[in-house]
Write a protein that binds this ligand. Structure first.
Ligand code: SAJ
Length: 446
């Protein structure tokens, strides 16, 4: 926690703030993915010389050619920055030695055991230790448990004989990138920054403040780390709540979608979430488990997180049960039936498959002897554990040939009318058919 008598007028602090304000500073980004590349672009556009470091030679080659591999960054944005020499790329950590500021934007996934996998952060830290020089600013962006920056980064860097807040500056700043979103971008989304010391916060804010519109300073790295976890735990728990509402409404014979729509008419004190086949993506299913894992180390059980995770991870099995019930109504068994899954990406209108509940639903259906096909205009083929499928070409024809259709991801460009007319049965986990203005008694909703 920063104390009020922390000095922020130390000569190195002033020197570094000036270097950032004068855009003389060079910045390195470790991890050029959906977080690192947009960050590198806005820092380069702000006038810095930026070098992106990534272990993927393919990504580095693409960046050097001015070719983007991220949907949010267009070639016409990237290429001029590369041509001007403002944005470079390298697969070697050696370049970090020349950097004044380094942002770490590497993945923080879970291991199979459900524990945090910090291996990417540790690799970045080890690389930094060889590159550290007086005045360097290190900002960790990867979502992680509260305490990571102070407990893992600080001792390793101070062991080199550096004094935090004077010889080097260390802060945490959570990424808030929502891939595919146009309205809130890396440039205009408020950016939380918390340093180990007040000087660290000020210097890190000077680095980002030239490129971002709204810097939100907080008093410590723990507050910044916890802010991100609150944001995403809030979503996971509320999605878990609304998924349980769906289970309860099914028991009571009430249409949960109508209930949510009606509750949404309340102009205050309510925030709409919708049920679905489970929780996908690289943030929401994972980030809260970093928090509950940390709390276990202080002998506390994060009950909301664990209950929400239990409900959300149970949704794919519930979907399969409901499909079985719908086929049963047509005197059909699951085994041997043909089911077309509509939409497999983890959320609408993107191609990202990470943690997609469609993978669990398809796996469970195949285990029960169902002949599964799928259609997703964003995902041409599916290879995951035992699954190996290619998207059908014509969803209407595939629907006509199937015993049932299961809507998992409600892409906006699907031909719902054609598919519903051709299908014998539709199990709609997203109320997508109704939202497309179509009423049809063969459609069963979650
Ligand atoms: N989902 C539901 N019901 C809902 C909302 C989402 O079932 O009401 C499901 C989605 O289908 C998906 C999963 O939850 O499978 C996650 O969806 P998401 O809308 O939270 O999308 P994400 O995972 O891309 O979350 C990102 C996050 N951004 C960052 O972490 C920087 C999250 O904080 C954003 O709030 C979210 O985008 C967003 O608002 O789009």
């Amino acid at each position: 926690m920063n104390t009020e008598n922390e000095t922020t007028d130390h000569s190195m602090v002033k020197h570094m703030i000036e270097r950032f304000q004068n855009k003389e500073a060079r910045i390195g980004i470790i991890g050029m993915g959906y977080v690192g590349l947009p960050l590198a672009v806005i820092l380069a556009e702000a006038g810095y010389y930026v070098t992106g470091v990534d272990l993927s030679e393919e990504k580095v080659a693409s960046l050097k050619a001015g070719k983007s591999y991220i949907e949010d960054i267009k070639d016409e944005t990237l290429a001029p920055l590369v041509q001007d020499g403002r944005l470079k790329a390298s697969s070697s950590f050696e370049v970090l030695k020349e950097m004044d500021g380094v942002s770490i934007c590497v993945p923080t996934p879970l291991r199979k055991t459900g524990d945090p996998d910090l291996s990417f952060i540790i690799s970045a830290l080890n690389a930094l230790k060889t590159a550290l020089h007086p005045g360097m600013v290190v900002i960790l962006e990867s979502t992680t448990y509260p305490g990571t920056t102070r407990e893992m980064f600080l001792p390793e860097i101070e062991a080199l004989g550096c004094k935090v807040g004077e010889d080097f500056f260390l802060a945490f700043s959570p990424e808030r990138v929502d891939p595919g979103r146009q309205d809130w971008t890396t440039k205009n989304t408020p950016k939380v920054i918390g340093g180990i010391t007040a000087a660290c916060t000020e210097v890190a804010a000077a680095m980002y403040g030239q490129a971002m519109e709204n810097i939100v300073k907080v008093s410590s790295t723990e507050v910044a780390e916890m802010t991100k976890l609150l944001e995403n735990t809030f979503r996971a728990v509320n999605i878990g709540l609304v998924n349980e509402m769906a289970l309860m409404c099914d028991r009571l014979g009430i249409n949960v979608w109508e209930v949510i729509e009606a509750a949404g008419s309340k102009p205050f004190g309510f925030m709409k979430f919708t049920p679905g086949p489970g929780l996908g993506g690289h943030c929401i299913p994972i980030d809260p488990l970093y928090l509950s894992w940390k709390l276990k180390s202080v002998k506390y059980t994060a009950r909301f997180i664990e209950l929400a995770s239990e409900i959300n991870t149970g949704m794919p099995r519930y979907v399969v049960q409901r499909v079985q019930d719908a086929l049963n109504d047509d005197s059909l068994a699951l085994r041997g039936s043909k089911i077309l899954v509509l939409g497999v990406a983890y959320k609408p209108d993107i191609s990202d498959m990470r943690e997609s509940p469609a993978l669990d639903v398809i796996g469970l259906l195949e285990k029960k002897g169902v002949v599964v096909s799928y259609y997703d205009p964003f995902v041409p083929c599916l290879k995951h554990e035992g699954i190996s499928l290619e998207s059908v070409e014509d969803p209407v024809q595939a629907a006509a040939e199937a015993d049932g259709v299961v809507i998992i991801t409600h892409h906006s460009n699907l031909d719902y009318r054609g598919i519903v007319d051709a299908a014998k049965m539709v199990f709609d986990t997203r109320n997508a058919v109704k939202n497309a203005g179509i009423e049809d008694e063969k459609v069963v909703v979650l």
